[in-house]
Each structure stands twice: as structure tokens, then as C-alpha cells.
Write a protein that binds this ligand. Structure first.
Ligand SMILES: [Zn+2]
Length: 173
């Protein structure tokens, strides 16, 4: 019995076409899964951010963890534990950004917007919006630094990425 393949080609045809071109010029096949520069970046899913380019790195150099708002969730901690013991990560940069929806709107208003526009109640989800971005960043950095299962000696820092200029602003955490 062959399982029928369900791949919505009409939605992803540009992705596959671009990948075919990418494969022609592909040159990273010698890389391993270890982060060559020892860096992990926790940042937002915002499509304006190219995390590797922002710090002058390329494929193979760093681990990139992304979610809405660059928040340090349980899943981020789980991933950093693996990265610190097994994948060469010895420094972590938490990198939220300017003009982030998660820092502009509050939890209730985002739920209300989705309810109004799509008639769906998302209130069972915690979106982890932040009312003060710098305070939230300090909390998130502290959460990593104090996480008992992370490898000892990992350096953790916070910086805000400016989506207008590309500049990273180090933040006292
Ligand atoms: Zn964002």
C-alpha cells in the first residue's frame, strides 16, 4: 500500500522553484550541526529580521531560535540546553526588536482583534505580549542565566534590534 502524498503544490510552487536554484549553487554540504561561532540567537519571527546577516554570520555559524516576541519560553530553554551540551553553543543573545507587535499591543487586544476579524476565540493561548520591552528582556535573560540545567559558563546577553537601521543596541540586563 502506498500512502498518498498530500503536498499542496499550488501554495508552495515558488518555494520549490527557488530551492531548485539554491541547490545549483549550494556550497555548505561540509558543515556539521555544531554552531561554529558558539552563538545562539533568540529572536522574533518578524520577517524584517535576518539574524545571521545582522551579526555578519552565515549558515553553520549560529543557532537561531525564533518565536513571537523573542520570548524565553520552556521550549526555548529546552532547545538551549541541547544546544549548550551537544551543539557547541557557549553564548546566547536574546534579541527582541523595535516596532514589535508583541510589545505594542496587549494580550487582551490581540485576542479581541482575532475575535473581531475572524470570529475565533484564542483566549486559551498565552501570546506573551510585553508591556515594557526592556523589563521583559531582562526577565528573559535572567531566566536563561538562572536555568539550572543549562551548561555552566554559558554567557547570556540581551540586545534590541532596530528594524529601521539594522543596529543592535546592547541592553543592561
Ligand atoms: Zn516581533
Amino acid at each position: 500500500m502506498t500512502k498518498q502524498m498530500t503536498f499542496p503544490l499550488e501554495d508552495f510552487s515558488d518555494v520549490l522553484a527557488s530551492n531548485a536554484s539554491f541547490v545549483l549553487g549550494f556550497q555548505h554540504s561540509e558543515l556539521t550541526g555544531t554552531a561554529r561561532k558558539g552563538l545562539a540567537i533568540v529572536t522574533c519571527m518578524d520577517s524584517r529580521i535576518s539574524p545571521l546577516a545582522a551579526v555578519g554570520m552565515q549558515a553553520g555559524d549560529a543557532k537561531i531560535l525564533r518565536n513571537a516576541g523573542a520570548r524565553v519560553t520552556d521550549d526555548v530553554l529546552r532547545t538551549l540546553v541541547l544546544a549548550s551540551y551537544l551543539l557547541g553553543v557557549n553564548r546566547v543573545l536574546v534579541m527582541p526588536h523595535t516596532d514589535c507587535r508583541m510589545a505594542i499591543a496587549d494580550e487582551a487586544s490581540i485576542h479581541a482583534t482575532i475575535q473581531e476579524k475572524f470570529d475565533v476565540d484564542t483566549s486559551s493561548l498565552e501570546f506573551r505580549t510585553v508591556s515594557n520591552q526592556r523589563d521583559a528582556l531582562a526577565e528573559d535573560v535572567a531566566r536563561i542565566r538562572s536555568y539550572p540545567l543549562l551548561q555552566k559558563g554559558v554567557s547570556v546577553a540581551g540586545a534590541i534590534y532596530n528594524v529601521s537601521t539594522g543596529q543592535l543596541e546592547p541592553v543592561d540586563c
